[in-house]
Design a protein around this ligand. Structure first.
Ligand code: NPG
Length: 369
């Protein structure tokens, strides 16, 4: 397969409700969509870099430039693609920029699997056609507002609820949720907002029967995560800290976590995500697929990854309607049993609707050869 053109399209979609984490609040979803044009087939990928470099060191405008200036030329000028793994190989000289790399690889992977007539799930080695779904709840102004939102999600079938915490809004709020919802599988996500000196917060959360505590400490501090894990029974799940298979192996060796949240954007692509899932399975560590408020394009890849054998926990793979009044693609829905169908059609199984895409486009550029 030869990719002859790569188009970048920046889109903006209003969120159903603002999403607040320990590092900020998002009202609109902005994303770069990447279209790989291979003549007879085309494929789509989504870049999860946000407008500001808060979650990681990547940001939307930076990712746009990296793709336009270096990644797209590396793919376009490298000749015939013999396998989707070629994308990472051609981009390997570019240090970092994993979200940008993941988006380009995703577009090529979609085109490739469409040309082969197989679904991405099948091509990656997926083993299930429905996946269990959880939901991530942003920090809400009041406990009552948060409870009302959560009750809605539980009524919709979601199997696990993740609560965002930040210093000052942690033990008390989570305790109130636990009291109101004694049997609901609850987890918390701190987005790296604490230090080991605040371990007593996690020792208190440890009493609340949580499924996991996600990314409590700094993203570069595996050693302190290991120290914290030794002090609490609740499994620590790492997100921001795991950028590669090497990071995952180091975390397992140190005992820094007992669960991993895998996001293809954070680790440089779906193919690296598969390797992390394999390393985790070997280490006996369960994984799940995270989310970054993706449109249907990115969501479709996440759902395909969630069908892999080692991905055994419900992920942040929620229904399109949890994020958007109108998405760009066919909608992802969660059924009453809290599961979602894995698209079985060729590629990622969904495509942006041209009219809808036009309506959401902020800017676009075509890089051709
Ligand atoms: O449902 O897609 C979703 C959001 C899940 O909480 C979620 N994502 O830290 O994992 C996270 C968080 C996030 C959202 C991170 C947006 C970065 C940007």
């Amino acid at each position: 397969m030869r990719v002859r053109a790569i188009e970048l399209v920046e889109v903006g979609l209003p969120l159903v409700r603002p999403f607040r984490t320990s590092f900020g609040e998002e009202h609109d979803k902005r994303a770069i969509l990447v279209r790989a044009d291979a003549g007879d087939v085309q494929g789509w990928g989504e870049c999860v870099a946000a407008e500001e470099p808060r979650y990681s060191d990547e940001w939307l405008d930076g990712a746009w430039e990296v793709i336009e200036r270096w990644l797209a030329p590396a793919v376009l000028d490298g000749g015939e693609i013999d396998d989707p793994h070629d994308v990472a190989a051609r981009a390997s000289w570019i240090r970092g920029h994993r979200m940008a790399k993941a988006a380009v690889e995703a577009a090529v992977l979609d085109a490739w699997t469409r040309a082969e007539g197989v679904s991405v799930s099948q091509w990656l080695g997926g083993v299930r056609d429905r996946i269990p779904c959880g939901v991530s709840v942003g920090i809400a102004p009041t406990v009552e507002a948060m409870l009302e939102e959560i009750r809605g999600y539980l009524a919709a079938g979601y199997q696990r609820v993740k609560l965002k915490i930040e210093p000052g809004r942690d033990v008390q709020v989570v305790g109130a949720m636990r009291e109101a919802l004694p049997d609901t599988p609850l987890s918390v996500d701190a987005n790296a907002a604490y230090t080991l000196a605040q371990a007593p917060v996690f020792e208190a959360l440890d009493e609340l029967g949580l499924v996991m505590i996600e990314q409590p400490l700094d993203h570069e501090d595996l050693a302190d995560h290991a120290r914290l894990q030794a002090r609490v029974r609740t499994p620590i799940c790492l997100d921001e800290s795991i950028r590669s298979t090497a990071d995952a192996r180091a975390a397992f060796e140190l005992g820094a976590c007992r669960v991993v949240n895998i996001k293809p954007g954070r680790v440089g692509g779906a193919l690296e995500a598969v390797r992390i899932q394999e390393a985790a399975m070997q280490a006996g560590v369960p994984t799940w697929i995270g989310g970054m408020l993706e449109t249907g394009v990115g969501r479709a890849l996440n759902v395909a990854l969630a069908s892999l054998p080692g991905v055994t926990m419900p992920g942040d793979t929620s229904a399109s309607a949890r994020y958007f009044h109108q998405d760009l693609t066919e909608l992802f829905v969660v059924s009453a049993d809290g599961t979602m169908a894995v698209p079985q059609g060729p590629g990622i199984g969904v495509e942006p609707d041209p009219d809808r895409l036009r309506a959401c486009t902020i800017r676009s550029t075509l890089i051709e050869r």
